[in-house]
Design a binder for this molecule. Structure first.
Ligand SMILES: [Zn+2]
Length: 204
């Protein structure tokens, strides 16, 4: 196991290790965060700990779209203004934030909670694909927009889904190129995302 601070007191070393497990946090950042909290007032450390626990306690997956939410169905599924003929399929709930920020999409979403990745042992059965197929049975949905990330796994997942969905007689589209290849949706700027949505193309 990673040990960035063999000389640190055990509780300090433990927090450094916990921070280091988080995405994007290297050993240096883990140490910096830990020593910041060491100096911070007790209330600040408590607020952080409580925010984490409350999030884990109150957040569930929306039973319709699998978005993270504290109400079920989520606010998007529950909103009568949303266009129910479109479902935008994304990898992670975080991608919904990016697409909502772009302000150019008014349909519904479906969160897969991952991508097909044989290297990591993730197959289609590990994703929320059954739940998606179930939603399409209602007959309201006319278009499924595949908005997985423009990298190897994202493309493979989009390909798999398009093969699954096209026989159902739906319009199946993919976000336009122009998103930086290999980049995550969540890092794309609003205008780029809006253009990618607008220029989406039917999957052949
Ligand atoms: Zn929902």
């Amino acid at each position: 196991m990673f040990d960035a601070s063999p000389s640190a007191a055990a509780p300090v070393a433990r927090l450094i290790q916990e921070f280091h497990k988080l995405p994007g946090i290297g050993p240096k950042s883990a140490q910096r965060l830990t020593y910041y909290l060491l100096r911070a007032p007790l209330e600040e450390a408590q607020a952080l700990a409580q925010a984490i626990l409350e999030m884990k306690d109150k957040i569930v997956f929306c039973s319709v779209c699998q978005n993270v939410t504290d109400t079920d169905p989520c606010l998007i599924c529950d909103n009568p203004q949303r266009d129910r003929s479109q479902i935008c399929v994304v990898e992670e709930a975080l991608d919904i934030l990016a697409l909502e920020r772009s302000g150019s999409y008014h349909g519904l979403y479906h969160v897969l909670h991952g991508v097909i990745s044989p290297m990591d042992g993730v197959g289609p059965e590990d994703l929320k694909i059954e739940e998606l197929l179930e939603r399409l049975k209602g007959g309201d949905v006319q278009e499924v927009i595949l908005a997985t990330n423009p990298n190897l796994e994202g493309e493979a997942t989009a390909m798999y889904l398009s093969r699954l969905l096209r026989p159902l007689g739906l319009r199946v589209t993919r976000l336009a190129r122009g998103l930086p290849t290999g980049a995550d949706l969540e890092y794309a700027d609003d205008l780029t995302l809006a253009r990618a949505l607008e220029g989406r193309q039917e999957v052949s």
